[in-house]
Design a protein around this ligand. Sequence first.
Ligand SMILES: NC(=O)c1ccc[n+]([C@@H]2O[C@H](COP(=O)([O-])OP(=O)(O)OC[C@H]3O[C@@H](n4cnc5c(N)ncnc54)[C@H](OP(=O)(O)O)[C@@H]3O)[C@@H](O)[C@H]2O)c1
Length: 250
Amino acid sequence: MKKAIIIGATSGLGREVATRLVEKGWKVGITGRRTEALETFRNEYGADKVCISTVDVTRDDSVAALDALLEQTGEPDLFFYASGVGYQNHELDLDKELRTVQTNCVGMVRMVDHFINYVRSHNYYFPKHKAHVAVISSVAGVVVLGTAPAYSATKRMQSHYLSTLTQLSRMEHIPVCFTDIRPGFIATDILDSDKHYPMLMTKEKAADHIMKALSRKKRVYTFDWRYRVGCFFWSFIPRCIWERITWIKN
Ligand SMILES: NC(=O)c1ccc[n+]([C@@H]2O[C@H](COP(=O)([O-])OP(=O)(O)OC[C@H]3O[C@@H](n4cnc5c(N)ncnc54)[C@H](OP(=O)(O)O)[C@@H]3O)[C@@H](O)[C@H]2O)c1
């Protein structure tokens, strides 16, 4: 039975992916701050297939909670970081900016680094098994989004961090491979329901893309094709031009 740990599976993309994995016969260890949502998921699929642990990635004790979940679930084949917050923040509300940094950057580093050290210390992963670490960053990390400063910058950091970890694990012969998942706009709770978002995708369709990226162990996966084309051309736009673009709404 394959196993996965999903950080941030109480709603949205993390929950969708957890559902797909369980329905494919995987055992999943799921987390989030909302204990009730975790319990509902476990009740739906059974405690033999779903382990839960309430985790707030912004807190120091999240590492101990992750250890408890690893113990319950067993050595995972996949470690999937889907926790994230993001805000449009024209006012530079400091609380929102810092919460975004804490969840998307500090939380990710805390969880992912702890898992990589777990892999290093578990013979299970040598020599034939490679653990798979996947993180949902965003297309927002490829472009500059002045409307969501911390969000855009933390998404860039996540992608860059996965590159550094990829190089480090080759240097140190750590049996881990990485996937950086970069979606465009998906209709989940993270978006404001009263705003219009271009090329908005349903979370079910987004989960199809994520499952494809995971099964193929893609290093970077941007979806859908329109965003892939967009990112290719956007990468040629010089910074001095991007910083002058003032008509972006989201
Ligand atoms: N939706 C989009 O348009 C879009 C586009 C690109 C990238 N993404 C990225 O996709 C990821 C998932 O977001 P989503 O769209 O599925 O939104 P979502 O439905 O709001 O899900 C966010 C998840 O993160 C968890 N979370 C938030 N703060 C946490 C904390 N401090 N500790 C632990 N877990 C925490 C939430 O669980 P609790 O509230 O229970 O803690 C929830 O499970 C995020 O990284 C987001 O940036 C989304």
